[in-house]
Design a protein around this ligand. Structure first.
Ligand code: BJW
Length: 320
């Protein structure tokens, strides 16, 4: 018997979107943290937005790094670790496939987690607006050192602490069940890690000299190669995106898993509109739209990891 998996997208919306999509040439997608939520990574605002007792966005500033470089590095080292443990989901793969099939499709990602790259998204069509967790650069104004770096932890002092092994003999367990569970957990590295995103688990203060140091000038601290509030977006990236938008009419702007509250990233939706684009938003929260939706736009409510492959299926030919 043929499978009859039920669509999560209302049929009329799916049909009108699909018909339009088939005729689209120049497409731009703006991605936010919500696309990686399906891969288990937290978002910035709302429920996932606290790291220990800190609002995640308050740690994403040059001022926070100047004042508490150890804490900010602990936050980023933890996120590097989590991103390396996570896998791209079906939305990342679907967008990568769309890019392979349509060279006039570009993706502007606000995400720093590397999941689009690991889904083999064609690099020329992927613009990283806010940098990446896996690049570091020197903070010394006079030093231009930068490197790609995937070492986890980047320095020993940033290693996520392990729970105590719990391998002590038990006075009450006569069956060995507790012991075999403890041995299993000790062997499965991630389950023995302390959840340092939870403020009730104490963490040691990391001294400045134990943080990543610049090997070139031997003076500055290294910092994550991401864009913090108040910092300009990478010039080359902005130039390339502006040139693409100015090059002609834009047919469609996909806005996926972003609260669209951070500029200039969110402004690209308005720029795409001014080039004629219709907008399709995919978000869990119906209030998170880039301004008011217009007649002819679409709002697909739900998990991007499910919705995005479904709405692109007719063009990319895959969904599972
Ligand atoms: C799901 C889901 C699921 C959940 N499926 N959906 C104009 C007006 C007002 C202010 C400004 C302005 N222009 C500039 C500013 C200032 C500032 C700004 O925008 N402030 C706002 C807070 C108002 N902008 C800047 O400072 C920028 N720089 C700048 O403008 O420089 C100018 C300059 C020029 C020349 C010299 C000097 C300066 C820089 C902004 C950098 C943002 N950086 C961060 C941190 C990056 C590093 C890191 O990751 O740690 O970027 S902040 C944070 O927010 C991060 C994100 O990329 C960004 C956007 O967040 P995102 O991705 O939208 O996440 P959330 O959590 O907000 O939303 C998740 C969404 O997913 C929600 O809607 C959920 O419902 C949804 N969701 N699960 C689908 N399964």
């Amino acid at each position: 018997m043929a499978s009859s998996a039920k669509s999560v997208v209302p049929a009329a919306d799916l049909q009108s979107f699909t018909e339009y999509l088939r005729g689209c040439k120049r497409i731009v997608a703006l991605l936010g943290a919500g696309i990686s939520a399906s891969s288990g990574l937290p978002t910035f605002r709302g429920a996932g937005g606290l790291w220990r007792s800190h609002d995640a966005t308050s740690l994403a500033t040059p001022e926070a790094f100047d004042e508490t470089p150890g804490l900010v590095w602990q936050f980023y080292s933890y996120r590097r670790h989590m991103a390396l443990q996570a896998d791209p989901n079906k939305a990342h793969y679907a967008l990568a496939e769309l890019a392979r099939r349509n060279e006039d499709f570009i993706t502007l990602s606000q995400n720093v987690d590397g999941l689009s790259q690991r889904a083999n998204h064609p690099v020329k069509q992927l613009h990283l607006l806010h940098g990446t967790l896996f690049n570091v650069k020197c903070t010394n104004f006079y030093c231009n050192y930068t490197e790609d770096n995937y070492t986890d932890p980047i320095v020993p002092a940033l290693e996520i602490p392990k729970k105590s092994s719990g391998l002590n003999p038990s006075a009450t367990d006569k069956t060995g069940e507790q012991a075999s569970k403890a041995i299993g957990e000790a062997l499965d590295d991630t389950s023995t890690e302390v959840d340092i995103s939870d403020a009730s688990n104490p963490i040691a203060t990391v001294a400045r000299e134990d943080l990543p140091q610049c090997p070139k000038c031997e003076d500055g601290l290294l910092r994550p190669g991401v864009v913090w509030f108040g910092e300009p977006l990478p010039e080359k990236t902005i130039r390339a995106v502006d040139k693409w938008i100015a090059a002609g009419p834009v047919d469609l702007c996909l806005v996926i898993g972003t609260s669209a509250k951070v500029f200039p990233a969110a402004g690209y939706v308005h720029e795409a509109r001014s080039q004629g684009a219709r907008v399709a938003v995919c978000n869990m929260d119906p209030n998170d739209t880039p301004g008011e939706l217009h007649y002819g736009d679409w709002f697909f409510q739900g998990d991007a990891g499910v919705i995005v492959p479904e709405i692109l299926k007719s063009v990319i030919g895959i969904s599972d």
